[in-house]
Design a protein around this ligand. Structure first.
Ligand SMILES: [Zn+2]
Length: 147
């Protein structure tokens, strides 16, 4: 049972064109989101989690990285509210928040927070919200932990 919030009331048609290039290295991350879970690399030597993906551990250099499912909850480390329209697909979400989330697992994640009912603050608890684009693609956003 997928316990993550996958709100589907917002429309993400066309968002596929905003996706980064899927490589052999980052594919497990994107496949995870498409399957409703957040995955990070975890080092088999020192146990640190990391993002973005690399062939070696940022902490100890070991080449023992494995992909694991994580809760991906965290706190707002920093954020901005975007009022500039950078792409026509984002117009329905204006203005929207982009946050740096300090994940409980360790890495910091840059992610949009869409459709917020009230302003967020640094230190707020947040939880992942996977947004589905189509059968093969989804992306990670965050919502307040109490939503
Ligand atoms: Zn390591």
């Amino acid at each position: 049972m997928n316990t993550m919030n996958t709100m589907s009331t917002l429309n993400f048609d066309g968002f596929g064109e905003l996706f980064p290039e899927i490589t052999e290295l980052n594919k497990p991350y994107w496949d995870g989101l498409a399957q409703g879970e957040v995955r990070l690399q975890k080092c088999g030597a020192c146990g640190k989690y990391q993002y973005p993906a690399e062939t070696f551990c940022y902490e100890c250099g070991a080449q023992k990285m494995a992909w694991v499912k994580v809760a991906a909850e965290g706190t707002v480390y920093s954020f901005i509210v975007v009022h500039q329209l950078y792409h026509k697909l984002l117009k329905p979400f204006m203005p929207y928040t982009v946050a740096i989330v300090q994940m409980d697992e360790g890495p910091r994640m840059l992610a949009a927070m869409l459709g917020l009912k009230s302003p967020i603050a640094i230190g707020d608890r947040v939880k992942p919200c996977i947004r589905v684009v189509d059968n093969e693609r989804a992306f990670l956003t965050y919502v307040p932990a109490n939503e």
